[in-house]
Design a protein around this ligand. Structure first.
Ligand code: HEC
Length: 108
């Protein structure tokens, strides 16, 4: 039994680390439906675009200036708004937003 587990552990650790999946991130980004009051309006289906136009993510003076900062900002909105993305999901969203808007080089 222990031996089997060790073999399984060795096998798993040999697998390559999965890269973030921007297509999954795209789905997650567009599926967000938040119940909350934003600027005095009660929403049952608020999403990222309720606060941010797409152009906001493409403007010159963006707060996110690198790939790690982009991930941190997304994690910030994820947490503050109780979106409920797991860390790997937030990273998929980051990969999508990077592909779509930010175009940062992604260090391995
Ligand atoms: C209730 C409003 C609100 C919603 C909804 C919201 N955000 Fe934000 N977001 C903010 C605020 C406030 C900031 C801080 C920057 C600012 O004030 O411009 C921010 C900043 C960001 C930034 C950094 C922008 C930059 O300048 O580079 C990213 C990326 C971001 N949000 C992603 C998201 C994502 C993804 C979602 C959807 C899950 C989301 N946000 C939903 C309020 C919101």
């Amino acid at each position: 039994m222990v031996k089997k587990l060790l073999v399984a552990a060795a096998f798993c650790s040999a697998l390559p680390v999965m890269a973030a999946d921007p297509d999954n991130g795209q789905e997650l980004f567009h599926e967000v439906e938040l119940e909350r009051v934003i600027r005095g309006v009660e929403y049952t289906d608020a999403n990222c675009y309720t606060c941010h136009e797409a152009s906001y993510f493409k403007r010159q003076d963006r707060a996110a200036t690198t790939w790690p900062k982009l991930k941190a900002w997304i994690e910030g909105c994820n947490t503050n708004l109780d979106v409920g993305w797991f860390p790997d999901e937030a990273e998929d969203v980051a990969a999508y937003m990077n592909r779509e808007f930010y175009k940062f080089p992604v260090a391995e």
